[in-house]
Each structure stands twice: as C-alpha cells, then as structure tokens.
Design a protein around this ligand. Sequence first.
Ligand code: SF4
Length: 265
Amino acid sequence: MSTETYEKWYRQDRLPHIYCTGCGNGTVMNCTIKAVDAMGWEIDDTIFISGIGCSSRAPGYITTDSLHTTHGRALAFATGVKMANPDLHVVVFTGDGDLSAIGGNHFIHACRRNIDMTVICMNNMIYGMTGGQGSPCTPVGKISTTTPYGATEPVFDLAELAVAAGANYAARWTSYHVAELIKAIGAGLETPGLSFIEAMVQCPTAYGRRNKLRQVGEQVEYMRSHAMLLAKKARLEEQGKEIPEDMFTVGEFVRRYRPAMGVPK
Ligand code: SF4
C-alpha cells in the first residue's frame, strides 16, 4: 500500500505532533490507521473519540471527525455517538489512567453493554501528560510521582477485565509487536460489539526515566522480553511451572459473537 493512501488519514497541518521523541503512541496510531484503511472504511464514515492524556491527543491528528472529550469520559461520548448514528465506525483512543481509573466504570459498562465500537488503550503504565502519577496499571515496585518508594497495589489486567465484563473481543500486544498489533486491531474492527485492544507502549519521559529505562530501546526490549504468549502461559501452568511475576501475557484473550448494541442493521 502506498504512503499516499495513509497520508489522507492524517491532518498534515497539525504535524509535527506533540509526542516526546521515542514515545510508543505514534506506533499505535500508525497500526490503527493501517488496520482501518485495510477495512476499506471511508473518512466520512469513521470517527475517533478520546478522553484526556497523551494517547487522547491522537484523534486530533486524524482527518476524520473527532471528539476530544473530558478525562475518563471518552466511552460515554462514544456511546452517545454510536446510539445516535449506528452506521458510524467508532474508534476510541485512551490511556491506562483515562480508561481504568477515572473512566473505570464507563469501561466496565461499555463492555457489559457490548456496544459496537473499538477501544484502543495505549498503556504506558503511568499518567504521562498530567504529571507522572501512578495509575492502576503501574507495576508493583515501580516509581511514579505518587509512588516515590514504588507502587504497592496490584495491577489491573485490562484485557482480562474486558473479557469478564462482556466485550466480544480483547487482545493485548505491545508497540514492539507491530504486525501482531495491526492484526489484532483489524480483528477488533471487524468483530461486532465492543472490541478492546491494549497496546503496551514505551514512555521514556514519564515512566522510563523514573524506572531505569531511560533509553527508548531499553523499554522496548523490556516489553519484548517480558511479553509471554497466552498459549505459553497456559502450557507452563499445566506443567506446574512458576511464571515470573514481572512477565505479562500477550495475544487474543477472547473473540466471540454475543448480542451487541449499536450494530448497524
Ligand atoms: S509523556 Fe510518555 S506517553 Fe506522553 S508523549 Fe511523552 S513519552 Fe509519550
């Protein structure tokens, strides 16, 4: 596919973007655009919606109509858009703080209602734009401005949460796994009902520099080496082997076809 095809999806007059050098959010945006483009969707039939945070600046760079809403409320706005016009393809960009703390209830109930939309969470494991505070996804022991001695609370597993709450599709990959991420987003876009794709991303500014991962490559390598395929985890569990606590699972958690809300007739 030519570069020209993708260029039409970006508001050239808004570039350069505000993301820090080495941020993983741009990779997730590009993966999303490739998946959307491959669906054959039109600019006029697609809308991107976001809340607040670094991830939530993404819709501002995309040519489609977009809504940049309030902190944690992207899914409430997206629900309204989808109910008002079920023919629109609704894609939400969010971050771990926006989605799982401030917007936690909206996330659970959007999954429960199984509303026909795709939610893409750029999980940098911290609040980036709003001050480097710990989020529900900051791993135990990791430093943020609100956990200066290391986070002590267990991490929210967002993909598992989406499955338990009723979403039709859930997957997790990282900004290292570009091909897998594009495929997962594509699968999410074509599955009716709520699709949730969690993309772990490097954040050298807010997270990396506080957690001995100052170089972008170090954090990308950390994600590569600590991502464990769901199938491998199941195999190890079956064999009764211990799984190191700092590993996280990647892959497709669920793909099902429960009745959904807002699916065009
Ligand atoms: S603070 Fe982190 S997530 Fe935000 S733009 Fe910078 S590197 Fe990216």
